[in-house]
Ligand binder design. Structure first.
Ligand SMILES: [Zn+2]
Length: 123
């Protein structure tokens, strides 16, 4: 191969390498942005009109809330939450299943007066 051809190959290789690096950096930046977005949400647990508990949906945990009828157990796992156990006559809250910050419908337990509402942290 001639010298010129080597140079062209090197330049193309260099551009490709820069491109791959740039994509990797962009990907990492996007992942960080997503993390920041997710962690800006918290979920308030209301009994009647009072906030009795506030949790980060990205922190895996179990909470026990005392409602007007009995106890409610809330399980939080990887950005989702649901009622894992409850003392109420109809168990509608339990049947509502897993919720995320993208769900418009909140978990509500009428007999207990409990509501789980997601909101942007700091508001
Ligand atoms: Zn219920």
């Amino acid at each position: 191969m001639k010298k010129k051809e080597w140079i062209v190959l090197l330049v193309i290789g260099g551009i490709a390498l820069i491109g791959i690096l740039a994509l990797q950096i962009l990907g990492k930046m996007r992942a960080k942005q997503n993390q920041a977005l997710q962690s800006t949400y918290v979920v308030d647990v209301f009994v009647d009109d009072k906030v009795v508990e506030t949790f980060d949906p990205n922190e895996n945990a179990t909470y026990t809330i005392e409602g007007n009828y009995g106890l409610m157990e809330i399980e939080v796992k990887e950005g989702q939450w649901h009622v894992s156990h409850v003392e109420c006559p109809n168990h509608i809250c339990e049947k509502m299943g897993w919720k995320t910050v993208d769900d418009i419908e909140p978990i509500v337990c009428l007999p207990n007066g409990i509501q789980l509402l997601a909101r942007v942290n700091g508001n």
